[in-house]
Design a protein around this ligand. Structure first.
Ligand SMILES: Cc1cc2nc3c(=O)[nH]c(=O)nc-3n(C[C@H](O)[C@H](O)[C@H](O)COP(=O)(O)OP(=O)(O)OC[C@H]3O[C@@H](n4cnc5c(N)ncnc54)[C@H](O)[C@@H]3O)c2cc1C
Ligand SMILES: C[S@@+](CC[C@H](N)C(=O)[O-])C[C@H]1O[C@@H](n2cnc3c(N)ncnc32)[C@H](O)[C@@H]1O
Length: 665
């Protein structure tokens, strides 16, 4: 412990460090700054509520303990209404206040009386080495290391098979300009060593040297404003663990580009353009058709719903999260005044056969999902939801519904254009892409060659044979939808109904039925037999609707359309950088012998080529979250998903799996 700390007190009673020539806290704004930066910046309330085991906060610079007291107060408040896991607050202090100084320092704060008194009573007379004390009937433990922050963290041992210790970091401790000795790479290395996956950090400094140091050890960072936009804080999430031996899961760091080029025109590119332009990046879209949204995203109506299995498995968890992001984006777009046809009318997945009735019972038994997302209902409730008599119950998703994808794509692109950062080049077919010696890309098109410093592939199934992209396991599955004339009975239907296919409520006096699945077909010419298949499937699965309500014949077909779905082998989409597959084979060859072999080098990748594709049959649900992930890739900001999910979506996952299964040599 170092005791050469000269503290003076200002007129308002607040402590001031003569050594660092700086204040401990800002009495002008009360404790707002500490609350905004550390408690809110780190999402402490939400994290405490979500914690499933002891929650650990670590701090640099205990000082007068204000941050601890605010955290304790929050914990006390939340525990009045919630059962919380214990909290361990670990702090460090190289130049401790004496008990008397602490008492004097805290006396200028008036809102924390109760907590303050407890802390002062428990604070050591002579701060030395390490001090531990508990609060709130032992639910909250405070450990203070009276030592330099890095030295203190070095002493903390982790169990051998650990998954980290710290959930949130409060990086206090005077600014890097005034206290450069504390903000050293060694501190960041200790933070990485002690962090749990997804550990958060917040700090009042946004200095470049701090950002670089934290990024280097695996934190993804973002600047936020507070105090009516007057001040900035830095938040971070520990998402790129360089120490866990899974180097192939590390995503490349890229300097945020000023401009990107996208091959696309559908929902994938529209969501990407929306988020990228909002984050200050200029975008040019190259689309082969005369207008955007002519590919898979051109359907008159598409259902918006997550894919959920009985168990909360990886796929379902991804779709649950994607659905939440999609609804949030689409509702936000509507709230901004953009219009697209839609109805959040719910979606009923009908249990029309014995195996599905069993599945429904399993859902009820396992009860893995909140009822707002999905609920089991009987045929009376189902008929009520659908507003037509139904012969089966099923699984109902109340927040789901339908959207007109073409209108949605156009509105998203319009919103992106309103940032003045989007240009769309239609009738421009990219026939070939070629990397140039400076790592940029040349796009060879019917309108000449274009250069892209960063290229993003959102071309869907039509473009999977493009060079370089064709190394990925993407396939095309053709689907045809048939639009049927509405009538007085079926017109009453007011929820989307899914069986083996689906039936949507009336929109423009039409119902969509569909769809067919033809593997490896690139043909988009509509076929009569596909219409017959759609009608026959409806008749087979839901005979009452087909025979009594709709009574559709071939001459009730108003229109039909066939388009291509872009599929991946595991039914999860792809987002991220294009892997260098050949280099993967050499770098990670040892996976074939030992799948747990530890690799520290980051995944080899093809520079400046990214993908957002493989959206399969659910692009409306998944495109927004994928676009947010892509934006995080390109801006260096925190990912909206955890590391495992990120790897499940990573384009190199197939190479790694194939190497483990010895399918690649
Ligand atoms: C029959 C059917 C029914 C479906 N129903 C639903 C549903 O109910 N709900 C749901 O969520 N999803 C549904 N889907 C899936 C959904 O439509 C897709 O997941 C989604 O539209 C894919 O979007 P995308 O942007 O990746 O591709 P697309 O919409 O196909 O867009 C690709 C774009 O790339 C452009 N392009 C391609 N190649 C080139 C090139 N070489 N040069 C320049 N531009 C190029 C095309 O012009 C096009 O604009 C359905 C799909 C089909 C086929
Ligand atoms: C701005 S004050 C902290 C404010 C504090 N959180 C509070 O609520 O009072 C910064 C603190 O960091 C401490 N500090 C400075 N360098 C340090 C280091 N290397 N290790 C640990 N603490 C340090 C200072 O002594 C000081 O108490």
């Amino acid at each position: 412990m170092t005791s050469n700390n000269k503290i003076t007190f200002r007129d308002d009673g607040s402590p001031y460090s003569e050594k660092f020539n700086d204040i401990y806290f800002d009495t002008e704004s009360g404790f707002q700054q500490s609350e905004q930066v550390f408690i809110k910046g780190n999402n402490i309330a939400e994290s405490l509520l979500a914690a499933t085991s002891e929650f650990t906060i670590a701090e640099t610079g205990f000082g007068s303990g204000l941050n601890f007291l605010l955290t304790l107060k929050l914990y006390a408040e939340l525990s009045k209404t919630h059962q919380l896991e214990p909290l361990h607050f670990i702090s460090t202090e190289k130049y401790p206040l004496t008990k008397e100084q602490l008492s004097k320092a805290l006396s200028c704060l008036d809102k924390l009386d109760e907590e303050q008194a407890q802390l002062i009573a428990n604070y050591p007379e002579q701060p030395q080495e390490q001090h531990q004390t508990t609060f709130l009937a032992d639910k909250v433990k405070l450990t203070i290391f009276f030592d330099d922050a890095t030295e203190a963290f070095v002493k903390i041992k982790l169990p051998r098979k650990n998954n980290g210790l710290v959930d949130a970091w409060y990086l206090d401790g005077f600014s890097p300009a005034k206290n450069p000795a504390m903000w050293q790479p060694a501190l960041f290395e200790q933070m990485a060593r002690l962090s749990k996956p997804q550990a958060r950090l917040s700090t009042f400094t946004v200095a470049g040297v701090i950002r670089r140091g934290l990024t280097q050890v695996g934190f993804r960072l973002d600047k936020k404003s507070y105090h009516g936009n007057k001040e900035q804080l830095l938040i971070g999430v520990y998402q790129q663990n360089h120490l866990n031996g899974k180097g192939y899961q590390l995503r490349p760091e890229i300097t945020k580009p000023q401009h990107v080029s996208i091959i696309g025109g559908g929902i994938a590119s529209a969501c990407a353009a929306y988020f990228l332009t909002r984050n200050g990046i200029k975008v040019t879209i190259y689309c082969k058709d005369v207008n955007v949204a002519q590919g898979a995203s051109s359907n008159a109506v598409g259902a918006l719903f997550p894919l959920l299995h009985q168990q909360a498995d990886d796929i379902s968890l991804f779709y649950q999260q994607a659905f939440k992001h999609a609804l949030a984006l689409y509702k936000d777009l509507l709230a901004q005044g953009y219009h697209f046809s839609h109805d959040w009318c719910g979606l009923l997945d009908v249990s029309y056969k014995e195996s599905l009735v069993k599945r429904q019972h399993e859902f009820e038994k396992i009860n893995a999902w909140p009822s707002e997302l999905i609920q089991s209902i009987d045929k009376t409730q189902a008929s009520k939801q659908a507003n037509i008599p139904l012969e089966f119950g099923g699984l109902f998703m109340p927040e789901s519904g339908w959207i007109a994808p073409q209108e949605l794509v156009k509105q998203l692109l319009l919103a992106a254009q309103h940032t003045n950062r989007l240009r769309i080049e239609t009738s421009t077919t990219v026939d070939n892409i070629q990397q140039l010696p400076d790592d940029s890309w040349q796009l060879q098109t019917n309108k000449g060659n274009f250069i892209a410093s960063v290229l993003i592939f959102c071309g869907g199934a039509e473009a999977i044979n493009l060079s370089t992209i064709n190394q990925l396991p993407l396939t095309s599955v053709r689907g045809q939808i048939t639009s049927m004339k509405s009538n007085q009975q079926i017109n009453k239907l007011n929820t989307v109904v899914c069986h083996k296919g689906y039936l949507t409520p009336s929109h423009n006096n039409m119902h969509c039925i569909g769809a067919t699945f033809d593997k490896n077909s690139f043909d988009t010419q509509p076929r009569d037999e596909d219409d017959q298949y759609n009608l026959a499937t409806l008749a087979k699965c839901l005979p009452d609707i087909s025979n009594e309500l709709a009574q559709w014949q071939a001459n009730d077909i108003v229109t039909r359309k066939a388009r291509l779905r872009c599929m991946t082998p595991d039914h999860l989409p792809m987002v991220g950088v294009m892997p260098d597959i050949e280099a993967h084979k050499t770098s990670y060859a040892h996976l074939a012998k030992d799948k747990n072999w530890r690799f520290y080098q980051a995944a080899p990748h093809i520079k400046n080529l990214y993908l957002l594709t493989g959206l399969g049959a659910r692009g409306l649900c998944t495109a927004p979250l994928l676009a947010e992930i892509l934006t995080a890739d390109l801006t260096g900001t925190p990912y909206p998903v955890n590391n495992e999910m990120l790897f499940h979506l990573s384009p190199n996952r197939f190479v790694i799996r194939d190497l483990i299964k010895r399918k690649l040599t």
